[in-house]
Design a protein around this ligand. Structure first.
Ligand code: FES
Length: 94
């Protein structure tokens, strides 16, 4: 199992290795809307373990490229991010 450590909530959510992190919906306070990597509702800053996420796909990369650089150090969209295994620590941006 992989672990998502939601720092804002001091909560760790376990998901199967290889899961899309839309899995966090309903298990955390993170909100989701489009679920396609377009709207940035599910934007987070990956504080640790970014190497445990698969590289962003085309749509996520395009959306992230529209954000101002000050938005987050390691911005990712949880609806379309896939965790390989291990642990990631995230902070909410919104
Ligand atoms: S829910 Fe819209 S980008 Fe993730």
């Amino acid at each position: 199992m992989a672990r998502v450590n939601v720092l804002d909530e001091r909560k760790i959510v376990e998901v199967p290795d290889g899961s899309l992190l839309v899995e966090l919906d309903g298990k955390t306070n993170l909100l989701f809307a489009c679920r396609e990597g377009v709207c940035t509702t599910c934007l987070v800053d990956v504080v640790e373990g970014k190497e445990n996420l698969e590289e962003p796909g085309e749509m996520e990369s395009m959306t992230l490229s529209t954000l101002p650089p000050s938005t987050a150090k390691n911005p990712r969209l949880m609806c379309v991010s896939r965790i390989k295994g291990g642990e990631v620590k995230i902070k909410y941006v919104h």
